[in-house]
Design a protein around this ligand. Structure first.
Ligand code: HEC
Length: 188
């Protein structure tokens, strides 16, 4: 009996360790890709704001953000994007799993956690396939986010947003709010 338990523990422990290592590895890779995505987007956004102001910069978010996401998705063979509980582009709407994670991020923020460091990952089974899913919260900064996501949006900016996003929900945010999250799905 004792021997069986020892064998059982010896058998299980390395396996769970292998699994934990793989999770840590996948999370680290996701974190790195999110950093790359965020940095590239911020650089493009800043440049566009400087060159043409917020109306022009809308095209960066409109065209460049999905382009970076697509390019990175192809490069890694993952699904990479941005989502939110209040989306501007309906194509970014969260699925059930993402919605739950975003709601938990909101609860964690209420409990005092800093959104800048919030992330969550787990392995889920969807349609008989195992997937590693990862999300990292995106905090709202006063500058430049509120230019296009705040409560006082310049009329010419609002006009352009109305034209492109008739179902826009992504206004009225305050600095420090969770604007949304990066989301990554890796096949296993
Ligand atoms: C110049 C205007 C502008 C600024 C400044 C801006 N955004 Fe956006 N944001 C947009 C547009 C346009 C979209 C829709 C992009 C799309 O079609 O996928 C968007 C979409 C998003 C999304 C994807 C979810 C959704 O609502 O569709 C997130 C997350 C987001 N923005 C966060 C931010 C953060 C954080 C900042 C500040 C660092 C910021 N944005 C600054 C215009 C802007």
């Amino acid at each position: 009996m004792k021997r069986a338990i020892v064998l059982f523990v010896l058998g299980i422990f390395p396996l769970s360790q292998v699994f934990a290592d793989e999770m840590a590895q996948r999370a680290a890779e996701s974190r790195a890709v999110v950093k790359e995505f965020a940095t590239e987007l911020k650089t493009e956004l800043k440049r566009a704001l400087k060159e043409g102001g917020p109306v022009k910069a809308i095209t960066v978010c409109n065209a460049v953000a999905p382009a970076i996401a697509n390019q990175q998705s192809k490069k890694h063979g993952w699904r990479i994007g941005r989502t939110s509980l209040k989306v501007r582009n309906p194509a970014n709407a969260p699925d059930e799993w993402e919605k739950e994670v975003l709601e938990r991020f909101e609860a964690r923020k209420k409990a005092g956690e800093d959104p800048a460091r919030m992330e969550y990952f787990e392995v889920v089974e969807q349609n008989g396939k195992k997937l590693f899913r990862y999300m990292k919260a995106i905090p709202t900064a006063e500058k430049p986010c509120l230019l296009c996501h705040g409560s006082h949006i310049e009329p010419e900016v609002a006009k352009e947003l109305d034209k492109l996003y008739p179902h826009d929900q992504a206004r009225g945010f305050k600095a420090g709010d969770i604007r949304g999250a990066f989301t990554i799905t890796q096949p296993m």
